[in-house]
Design a binder for this molecule. Structure first.
Ligand SMILES: Cc1cc2nc3c(=O)[nH]c(=O)nc-3n(C[C@H](O)[C@H](O)[C@H](O)COP(=O)(O)OP(=O)(O)OC[C@H]3O[C@@H](n4cnc5c(N)ncnc54)[C@H](O)[C@@H]3O)c2cc1C
Length: 370
């Protein structure tokens, strides 16, 4: 293949981050090509539990909190827009998350850790043992209570990905599967396209959204190991009807009820390179955690198990925006929250490419790691 041009933007990686960014750029009138080494959406973006834990995973008052709330709220319009364009339901539900504690002391600590959120106008509620039982009767009777976040929610990541990819194709985005990008070609300080196995693809702009593999793309301006794989395992159970209405966080993991009776239990956090295994110790830990929280799960059927790789950055925050080379944007390193943060990321990618906006003060600015 010789140089192929005609694309304004080439995106490396067809996960949710790359595909939603592609949709947002196509909606802005750009011609977009997404290059995917395997099958679009087949990696972390379809393996995730889909928790939109903007509040329930924020115990530190930093700039990420505002981004998390912004991105969670973007799901209202995004899910409606995807339904309108594709007819698909992405499983978006503001179902609430309850973070439970085993002792009164632990409950007090939890409440204190989340207290800063009130100053940002976000609500949550401390529930004692009795109120917790009323909220979720199938939770273990030994729990001291919990902190309840009514505004956090969930999506179903595989359904979300299908809808995003369909909407992107309808908006004119081209997806090419089975194409591994080896490197970003930079000439005189400007990214001019990408090298693939059988040639060069020219583009006005390159976005690296290759998830846990991002630092393996030569020329991406990411030092070796800047983004590395953090394996997570999930066990999916099936019941006739959901045992819970809300997502439950315990100290060792979470339990996510879907409306159709599936329950996702997760997860592990392991640095084992790209070994995509489900292990005995991982599954044992997850099931012990889940049945301790919801004893009735002991009778549920195990329907599936899987693992995949969160893209982990050194400080746990994503790298989104100016890569330090003209014509190159990063959109990676979202670690445990890439589903939550996808809408805010796609918007930042659009702003960088379409409006030329470079934000150096944001917690996601890649320049912070330079
Ligand atoms: C078990 C588990 C549970 C999770 N739960 C949640 C959750 O509840 N909530 C939440 O917000 N987040 C969750 N996450 C995190 C979330 O899944 C990720 O942060 C997010 O999916 C990252 O999206 P991505 O598009 O960057 O990566 P990916 O989905 O991995 O996509 C990257 C794509 O790039 C492709 N690629 C890589 N290298 C190349 C190359 N050189 N050329 C071409 N293509 C390439 C890959 O094949 C892949 O398809 C979870 C993750 C895991 C593993």
């Amino acid at each position: 293949m010789n140089a192929v041009s005609g694309f304004d933007v080439v995106i490396v990686g067809g996960g949710l981050i790359g595909s939603l960014s592609a949709l947002s750029l196509a909606d802005a009138g750009l011609r977009v090509l997404v290059l995917e080494k395997a099958v679009p959406g087949a990696e972390a973006s379809s393996a995730a539990a889909g928790i939109l834990a903007a509040q329930s995973e924020s115990k530190v008052d930093n700039g990420l909190f505002a981004l998390a709330i912004e991105s969670r709220e973007r799901y209202v319009a995004l899910s409606a827009m995807l339904r309108e364009r594709t007819g698909l339901d992405v499983g978006y539900r503001r179902c609430g998350v309850v973070d439970v504690a085993e002792t009164d002391a632990a409950l007090g600590e939890l409440e204190r850790a989340f207290a800063f959120q009130r100053a940002h106008g976000q609500r949550f509620e401390r529930v004692d043992a009795g109120a917790l039982r009323e909220l979720e009767p199938k939770l273990a009777g030994s729990l001291a209570g919990g902190v309840y976040f009514a505004d956090d929610g969930q999506v179903d990541p595989p359904s979300l990905f299908v809808a995003v990819a369909q909407a992107a194709e309808r908006a004119g985005v081209t997806f090419r599967s089975g194409t591994t990008v080896r490197s970003v070609r930079v000439e005189q300080g400007v990214a001019v396209g990408v090298e693939v196995e059988d040639g060069f693809i020219a583009a006005g702009h390159v976005v690296v959204a290759a998830g846990a593999w991002s630092a393996l793309v030569q020329g991406a301006q990411l030092a070796a190991g800047t983004v590395k794989p953090a394996r997570g395992q999930i066990v999916e159970l099936s019941l006739r009807s959901p045992p819970l209405d809300r997502i439950v966080f315990g100290r060792g993991g979470y339990v996510v009820p879907r409306s159709d009776g599936r329950v996702l239990c997760g997860s592990t956090l392991e640095f084992v390179g790209f070994q995509k295994d489900v292990t005995v110790s991982g599954v044992a830990k997850i099931l012990a955690m889940a049945t301790a929280l919801v004893p009735a799960l002991a009778d549920a059927k195990i329907s599936r198990m899987w693992s995949n790789f969160r893209p982990f950055s050194p400080d746990g925050a994503a790298l989104v925006g100016d890569a330090g080379v003209r014509g190159l944007t990063l959109a990676t390193g979202h670690h445990r929250s890439g589903i939550l943060f996808a809408p805010a990321t796609a918007e930042r990618v659009r702003q960088h490419i379409v409006e030329g906006k470079v934000e150096r003060a944001e917690p996601w600015a890649p320049s912070r790691l330079a």
